[in-house]
Design a protein around this ligand. Sequence first.
Ligand SMILES: Nc1ncnc2c1ncn2[C@@H]1O[C@H](COP(=O)(O)OP(=O)(O)OP(=O)(O)O)[C@@H](O)[C@H]1O
Length: 262
Amino acid sequence: MLELNDIRFRRGELEIGPVSMELSPGEILSICGKNGSGKTSTLTAISGYIPLIGGSIIVDGDNLRKLKPSFVARKISYVQQEIPDPMGFTVRDVMEISGFTRMGGDEEIVDALKLCGVEKFIDRDFSTLSGGEKRMVSIAGGIYQNADYIMMDEPTSFLDLDKISTLIKILNSLKEKRKGVLLVMHDINLANRISDSILLFREGKVVAFGDKEDVLTIHNLEMAYNAKFAKYSSPEGIRFYPVEMEDFTDFPEEAREGPQHS
Ligand SMILES: Nc1ncnc2c1ncn2[C@@H]1O[C@H](COP(=O)(O)OP(=O)(O)OP(=O)(O)O)[C@@H](O)[C@H]1O
């Protein structure tokens, strides 16, 4: 299990925390909240680049800060939002660098690229790929690293709608392999669809953490985003959206729940 126990840290002007959460093997947890609320910084703090001013990060019983970097790389991989763009490296080179702690074979590199639908680029110069192709190769690199827990910051950025279903397939395959998956997600409806649990931030503070059904409520979303929210039942399940009172009356009475129109 990956546990954050009341961690606190500073990012520029913002003091983030105390943040507590637990991520089990085979679970998908999404961090949601407004821009600048501390989502990416939390992943960066877990990865060790921001010093903690309080609390602890425990991975499978060990204090993460006391583990050797090569061991940490076997425990946690991190697919960052900003995709590094090394010049003169092929996709295969990028994959080998991602998995440097494990020395897997070429077959495993190809398997990870295939899962992400980008195996045909294996010998291409990474810097010549499109944003979405780079994103998929970065995710493949995180998978190839074969850590027990994988963190992905906004994995859907740069992706077309059809690639979102590839991403869902990838996440399901990670669940089947009993990996713990920690995501930063802007789209709360997609987070609701793909996650087991949610950590919801507002200005560096936790609004709610737990099973998605308990966290994704109109009350919590209004607290986190400082906006009116409504929810309605769609064929894909419950969907939430920020709403102006005028918009809200367009929805049929029985499908809506949220601010009452007087
Ligand atoms: N390297 C940095 N130095 C100083 N301040 C930073 C740094 N990185 C982030 N911040 C600040 O820390 C706060 C939290 O940023 P963070 O990137 O964690 O937010 P976020 O919730 O991931 O936002 P977004 O949804 O926009 O990606 C913001 O106010 C941001 O300006």
